[in-house]
Design a protein around this ligand. Structure first.
Ligand code: SF4
Ligand code: SF4
Length: 395
């Protein structure tokens, strides 16, 4: 065991925490569970203890003990029960890069052998099937067959300027598959030259980071880059903010990358998307990775404002203060109950606006909120922004 999973900056930042507790006040895991041990400040204290305990000869001479296996277990509980929403980092007055720290900490826990068993399942699924859900990767683009009028080539073209990278959730979950279907219908209508990668699309790597399995990432990155080069692509399009964020931060700067909200904004400005009136009141949920992560708050709002007749009300907590839906950080796999508790608070906030529908721009947010709404028979429509635009397309 060593501290090699942390950068020098991270080791320095740990000492900067002032114990102000502001991070605990905004944490969705703490608010939903009323368990202060899930907060950033608690995790920070635990991490400092761990680092001191394994500090080598001098620490042992000073009598600092390494954590017991029971203490490790408790600590692992707090480390993996976090949605990686980044709200703690947003408010931290001393500017500690907390989200990055949580990723390094998860990697440390995996290297140290203290992690939930579910992580082994995630690792095996990715190694065997190239996606996190143990689905057949050959079937990654099978959602195309569910379209009303699927093209003969299934959108797998030899060469294209733009590759639409669908992401694992949209590829395999029926609820989320409506998102790529809506997006490709809009792209067709706007005469965009694009292709899918089909079975050559492998997981973007985001679930690996969240599971502390960054060691696996290079193989996936190399494969995805090679698949894009084969297509002669200049640009990569994502409807998933986590895939988009992954490419922004961990892939080389070789292709132009766009999130669907940015791409749609451009198409609408160029008047390539004919829109008709929609009589609907909606509110908007900023996905953590697109909002706090990529700082993209305006593009989705511009898309909403461009739909005639649509009434848009903001959530009480919006933009950088938007509360997580509960679907991030692999939390659903580790603690499905906590994920649902966070979703409950999110849905209550949405209902307080009186909107007919919640619009977001993330397949995982759609899945998490839709699951809660359906299970609890709540009358609220949950839509990705691509589905909303598809609905507004003039026939
Ligand atoms: S990332 Fe989000 S869920 Fe995790 S500790 Fe920070 S505020 Fe809480
Ligand atoms: S907000 Fe930052 S400084 Fe304050 S307790 Fe949390 S981590 Fe420490």
């Amino acid at each position: 065991m060593s501290n090699q999973d942390y950068s020098v900056r991270q080791l320095l930042e740990m000492g900067a925490c002032t114990n102000c507790q502001v991070c605990a006040d905004v944490c969705p895991a703490v608010s939903a569970s009323l368990d202060g041990q899930l907060s950033a400040i608690y995790r920070m204290k635990g991490l400092n203890q761990v680092l001191k305990g394994r500090g080598g000869f001098l620490s042992r001479l000073l009598g600092r003990k390494a954590p017991s296996s029971e203490e490790w277990k408790d600590f692992s509980n707090t480390v993996f029960r976090c949605t990686l929403c980044g709200n703690c980092e947003e408010v931290c007055p001393v500017g500690i890069h907390l989200k990055d720290l949580w990723l390094s900490l998860r990697q440390d826990m995996v290297h140290s052998g203290h992690y939930p068993k579910k992580i082994n399942m995630i690792r095996d699924n990715l190694a065997e099937d190239r996606n996190v859900f143990a689905e057949d990767n050959e079937e990654r683009a099978e959602w195309v067959d569910d379209m009303r009028d699927p093209p003969v080539d299934g959108y797998i073209r030899e060469k294209a300027d733009i590759v639409y990278f669908t992401g694992c959730t949209a590829a395999y979950f029926p609820v989320a598959q409506k998102i790529p279907i809506a997006l490709v219908e809009i792209l067709d209508r706007s005469n965009v030259d694009f292709t899918l990668l089909g079975k050559e699309e492998w997981c973007c790597g985001f679930p690996m980071l969240g599971a502390g399995l960054k060691d696996m990432f290079d193989t996936f990155k190399t494969h995805n880059l090679e698949a894009l080069r084969e297509k002669g692509a200049k640009e990569v399009l994502f409807a998933c903010p986590s895939c988009y964020q992954m490419w922004r931060e961990y892939y080389p700067d070789e292709f132009k990358i766009s999130h669907a909200t940015q791409f749609l904004t451009e198409l609408i400005r160029e008047k390539r998307v004919p829109l008709q009136e929609l009589d609907l009141t909606v509110t908007y949920h900023d996905p953590c990775d697109l909002g706090r992560g990529a700082r993209e708050f305006e593009a989705p709002r511009e898309v909403l404002r461009s739909i005639p007749g649509l009434r848009f009300v903001e959530l009480p907590q919006n933009r950088e203060n938007c509360q997580c839906c509960g679907g991030g950080g692999n939390l659903e796999m580790v603690d499905a109950k906590l994920s649902a508790q966070i979703a409950k608070r999110k849905i209550e906030e949405i209902l307080s606006t009186g909107a007919d529908a919640i619009i977001t721009s993330c397949q995982q947010c759609v899945r998490t909120m839709m699951t809660y709404v359906r299970r609890n028979k709540i009358s609220l429509e949950v839509l990705d922004i691509t589905q909303l635009v598809r609905r507004a397309l003039r026939e």
